[in-house]
Design a protein around this ligand. Structure first.
Ligand code: ADP
Ligand code: ZN
Ligand code: ZN
Length: 725
């Protein structure tokens, strides 16, 4: 494994000799220094120029010397590493060709090239990150053995053949549009409107029509929706075999990942179901890309090449002439804007909006009830009405979700006498109190200590938790509902799902299965419980402590809150056949119940919310009405980090002016220090995407040039279209 510093630049392809002609896209092993690395033959004259910035020359000793396809190689090391010299003076020969793998397609290489350029990274880094690690790690002998292994005979599928539902009118209409138009489509479908069924149908139509066609289905976090994979398998395995679908996500073993990658690359797997990394899956016959819950922030990679898998999916669809369906009940404001209908003043956006407003089977959306917390006694956790409603429902055997987006027992521990607080010594943040294992844990750097017996400041024995997390909520609810019985007379069961309760592998799946099976009456959790689950018996959702996002300095905070609450509300009332005594409800406790966000939520009116937010953004020229990038720098001191950024700003100022790009002054990041490293950032903004791209491409050289004068800067990185500012 090669170390990859984040401050990479755009270094290009390396050149090697080969005594036979190699098709572009061929995987090879090449020597670099004393090591041997994986490489991809990058290519023909045209891509070579862009890959190398025109600097490297290529030469091949083969008979096809005169043809355009001379092998210039992309060595999949870390081409950005400072120590790697550009093209070696004396050309070295490639070590070997990786047998048995067809060359990567021109489309795939173009996707990688585009992503690298757009997100200001090197093509080698993007390519390496998107190929399974075993392609690189297996020795020649291991590889030969791997190739000999016969593909497992398709196991007979014992999944019961499920009845395929007849599409609803809305589904049928949407499917007809998808078949007739080229897209990209924004499938704006309510929670429970049957979006997944649309994906299944669209996929099925394609599989039946074209014996080679491949389909890529992306989901935000595969572990959160294990039923989805089941649903796809149950639908397609009976007809196309168990091997027709492979998964691609980070919890696969390296061997599984290689197998699945090869299955997709060879065309054998017809459906790839994966997380954001799957956008780079090599699929020679790709014809349909689905991005489920397209608004989800986890489509944005947060380290290395910070790509948006959703945006790359749209690019890839266009590149490969594949249809793209972005689906959500609460689309990102970007996608909503791109799918705007034509007005007198303006033509329509470039996405086609398809709406499915109704729930399948007349399941009603929950009634939204707002509780004014200003009228509740000080320190109320659950208002008395809410508590009463919860007790009644549990007694009738209905399920309840309680959403609190903060894990741990309490966010801070403090001393009333001297004012001591559980700050992290390494970060500008508090350590969170976890009562179960009696630790103070920093959620930023991981620093963990046992809870002190007495105040470290003054020795006071009475230190107390401030605020509330899911752990405390679970404990509190157990007390509040201790005397309540389920219809079968048993005591009720409360469970908690958050990053702490699901740390062990398989634990999340197990807990979710318990909720599905009805063994859990009240489920407490963070946003993990709001996403995509098809819990059948939930009739009440309660959201606590949501006010923080209303007044956040992050302009995307209201968008995230609204979608979280809509998604959470969507977990209720999914089974229209339940005979309910009273309709499903979602309760929102707030100190600002009249806030327009809650008004829109009450009406389940995403369009109203989106239009209001978009008009605010238009006035402030924020995305999607402008385009942004961030440069972040990390150093031992805040001053050093800011100095570097401000020097970069000076260096780029003239060109930025020319292109009407705004460079803002460097500022500390919200959490300024993490693990004793100071962090600063600088915002770059422009109303033209092209101009911003031109500026960034040019500016890279300035940033690299500044390194030597700013030795204290540990790393820096550019984030294009950042999600958190
Ligand atoms: P979404 O993805 O929009 O939340 P789903 O596709 O999960 O919605 O559908 C919600 C529920 O409705 C699922 O249990 C699904 O099996 C069921 N369903 C979807 N479409 C139909 C249909 N046409 N007829 C009957 N049931 C359907
Ligand atoms: Zn004290
Ligand atoms: Zn810390």
């Amino acid at each position: 494994m090669v170390h990859t510093p984040a401050h990479s630049g755009l270094s290009g392809a390396l050149t090697y000799e080969s005594d036979s002609a190699l098709a572009p896209g061929t995987l090879v092993r090449v020597p670099l220094g004393s090591r041997e690395l994986l490489g991809v033959v990058w290519g023909d004259a045209e891509t070579r120029t862009s890959a190398t910035g025109g600097s490297a020359s290529t030469r091949a000793t083969n008979a096809h010397h005169a043809t355009a396809a001379q092998p210039s190689l992309l060595a999949l090391d870390d081409p950005s590493h400072d120590n790697v010299a550009p093209a070696p003076l004396q050309l070295r020969a490639i070590a070997s060709v990786l047998d048995g793998v067809a060359p990567l397609s021109a489309h795939w290489r173009q996707l990688v090239q585009f992503a690298a350029r757009y997100y200001q990274r090197s093509a080698g880094e993007v390519a390496l990150a998107s190929l399974p690690s075993q392609l690189r790690d297996l020795s020649a002998e291991q590889w030969a053995r791997r190739l000999k292994r016969k593909p497992k005979a398709a196991v007979a599928n014992d999944a019961p053949v499920q009845a395929i539902p007849t599409p609803t009118d809305e589904q049928a209409q949407v499917l007809a549009e998808i078949a007739a138009q080229s897209g990209p489509f924004l499938l704006f479908g309510n929670t429970g409107s049957g979006k997944t069924e649309v994906y299944l149908r669209a996929a099925q139509a394609l599989l039946e029509r074209d014996p080679q066609a491949q389909i890529l289905v992306m989901v935000p976090e595969i572990n959160l929706t294990p039923q989805l994979e089941e649903r796809f398998r149950a639908r397609f395995a009976p007809q196309w075999g168990a091997g027709c679908l492979v998964a691609m996500h980070s919890s696969l073993t390296p061997a599984q990942r290689l197998n699945n990658w090869l299955a997709a690359h060879s065309g054998q797997a017809r459906i790839v179901l994966g997380t954001r990394m799957a956008v780079f899956a090599s699929m020679p016959h790709l014809q349909l890309i689905v991005v489920d819950e397209e608004h989800d922030p986890s489509y944005k990679q947060q380290e290395g090449a910070r790509y948006s898998a959703r945006d790359l999916a749209v690019y890839r669809g266009q590149l490969e002439n594949a249809k793209v369906i972005l689906g959500s009940a609460t689309p990102s404001l970007e996608s909503w804007h791109h799918s705007r209908p034509a007005t007198e003043a303006e033509p329509a956006g470039r996405y086609m909006r398809l709406a499915m407003p109704s729930r399948v089977g007349q399941g009603a959306l929950p009634l939204i009830r707002r509780v004014d917390m200003n009228r509740q006694p000080y320190k109320t956790v659950f208002s008395s009405h809410l508590l009463e409603a919860m007790r009644e429902r549990v007694t009738r055997g209905e399920q309840i979700l309680v959403l609190l987006n903060r894990r741990g027992y309490a966010p801070v521990l403090h001393c009333n006498d001297c004012g001591w607080k559980s700050e992290c010594p390494h970060c500008s943040a508090y350590r969170v109190f976890h009562k179960l294992d009696r630790t103070l844990r920093c959620h930023h750097c991981g620093f963990t200590q046992a809870v002190p017996r007495a105040c470290p400041g003054c020795g006071n024995l009475d230190i107390s938790p401030l605020g509330r997390g899911t752990e405390q909520l679970e404990e509190h609810l157990a007390e509040l509902l201790a005397d309540v019985r389920r219809p079968d007379g048993e005591p009720i069961r409360i469970a908690r799902i958050d990053a702490d309760s699901t740390r062990l592998k398989g634990e999340l799946e197990r807990q979710l299965a318990e909720v599905h099976a009805g063994a859990v009456d009240v489920l407490v959790g963070t946003q993990m419980i709001a996403k995509g689950h098809d819990f059948r018996r939930v009739t009440l959702v309660a959201a606590l402590n949501t006010d923080g996002a209303l007044f956040s300095s992050d302009f995307r905070a209201p968008e995230r809150l609204f979608s979280l609450l809509m998604q959470a509300a969507g977990r209720a009332g999914r089974d229209a056949t339940m005979n309910l005594v009273s309709p499903c409800e979602m309760w929102v406790q707030s100190h600002h119940p009249q806030h327009p966000l809650f008004e829109a939520l009450k009406q389940h009116d995403y369009p109203a919310f989106a239009d209001q937010q978009l008009s605010e953004r238009a006035q402030a020229t924020l995305p999607p009405f402008s385009f942004q990038a961030l440069v972040r720098a990390e150093a031992r001191s805040q001053e050093a980090a800011q100095d570097f950024l401000n020097a970069a700003r000076d260096a780029g100022a003239a060109f930025a002016d020319e292109l009407l790009v705004d460079l803002y002054p460097a500022v500390p990041m919200t959490i300024q220090r993490v693990a004793n490293i100071e962090r600063a950032q600088m915002l770059i903004e422009c109303t033209s995407r092209q101009a911003l791209q031109r500026f960034l491409a040019h500016w890279q050289a300035d940033l690299h040039g500044l390194r030597s004068a700013h030795r204290q800067v540990i790393r820096w990185a550019v984030d294009v279209d950042p999600l958190a500012i």
